[in-house]
Design a protein around this ligand. Structure first.
Ligand SMILES: [Zn+2]
Length: 316
């Protein structure tokens, strides 16, 4: 991501962007005032601004309370840098209106510091979430085979655990439990807050001694495939995570273990993300793609779990 340079700042001023334009027309008596004005344009008001050189975070108005997506830092009493993590936006304001090269350099360093701090916070939160996941896992009992989700999908628990009404799917990174996916009775799925997500996966079956491994999106699909084919199935959780998971798995498994991407066929969704992302993941590691075969007249099923369930129900 490009830090704001003096040139970019000047270009912004020329275009007459609200914020920079205002600071060009107006001499502020303090950087707090200049920054306060700039943030007000984003609907952020009533913020106590500290021009102490440290990175401060604040909530943006377009996301839930406590989002802390906004940040600012005043590297000096003349310059402030602020931005929004979720949009990648970053701006500089000065008391004088014109940003000189020294101020721009200060701003660049400040933005880098803000990024480093955010990354450190994110890592610290991931460690906390992993601890929570291990605690939950250790204190949960075996999943009830008559849990509504398992009954609806006609699947065995395959080692899942249960906490209250939530099924717990353990999620691993480098063989370590780092997060948990909760499956609610209505089928809603949610990982624990703040945990590592990219490249993190669940597993149905055992990888040890397997000569073939499948990668699927959802836990139910993985369980259905495992029951049907009897090979271990890795749970990537969503289409976007298929490639990171495939890459990590290819690195970790011996070369003679075949990996196959078991795609969802989101045939009713624009761009068919399930199949598209599965193909990309397969391409990235030189793997094959397995597609679900639907009953001729079926207008409902989109993944392997659906197909298995559909057949069971049709054969009743
Ligand atoms: Zn069907």
């Amino acid at each position: 991501m490009a830090a704001i340079t003096a040139k970019e700042t000047r270009r912004g001023e020329r275009r007459g962007h609200g914020i920079n334009h205002k600071s060009e027309c107006r001499q502020y008596t303090s950087i707090e005032q200049a920054l306060g004005d700039a943030l007000a344009a984003y609907g952020v008001t009533g913020l106590a601004i500290y021009a102490d050189g440290a990175v401060h975070r604040f909530d943006t108005t377009d996301k839930a309370k406590g989002n802390r997506n906004g940040w600012y830092v005043c590297p000096s009493l003349e310059v402030a840098v602020y931005g929004f993590w979720h949009t990648g936006e970053q701006h500089t304001v000065t008391t004088g209106g014109k940003a000189d090269p020294a101020a721009a350099a200060e701003a660049r360093l400040a933005a880098q510091r803000a990024r480093e701090q955010r990354d450190a916070e994110r890592r610290a939160q991931q460690v906390k979430t992993a601890e929570q996941a291990r605690r939950w896992w250790a204190t949960a009992g075996a999943a009830d085979p008559s849990h509504p989700y398992l009954t609806k999908k006609r699947l065995a628990p395959h080692g899942l655990r249960q906490r209250d009404t939530m099924l717990l799917v353990p999620l691993f990174y480098d063989g370590e439990l780092v997060n948990i996916e909760r499956i609610y009775p209505d089928g809603a799925k949610k990982a624990l807050f703040g945990g590592r997500a990219k490249g993190v996966a669940g597993l149905v079956g055992k990888l040890v001694d397997a000569d073939r491994v499948l990668i699927a999106e959802g836990w139910a699909t993985a369980a259905a495939l495992y029951e049907a084919i009897g090979v271990p199935v890795v749970v990537a959780r969503n289409a976007d995570n298929l490639e990171p998971v495939a890459r990590r798995l290819r690195q970790r498994l011996p070369d003679n273990v075949a990996i196959t991407l078991a795609a969802d066929d989101d045939r009713f969704t624009d761009g068919n993300p399930g199949t598209t992302k599965a193909r990309l993941a397969a391409l990235a590691i030189g793997a094959k793609v397995l597609m679900p075969t639907f009953c001729a007249d079926c207008q409902r099923c989109t993944d392997f779990a659906d197909v298995v369930l559909c057949r069971k129900e049709r054969s009743l």
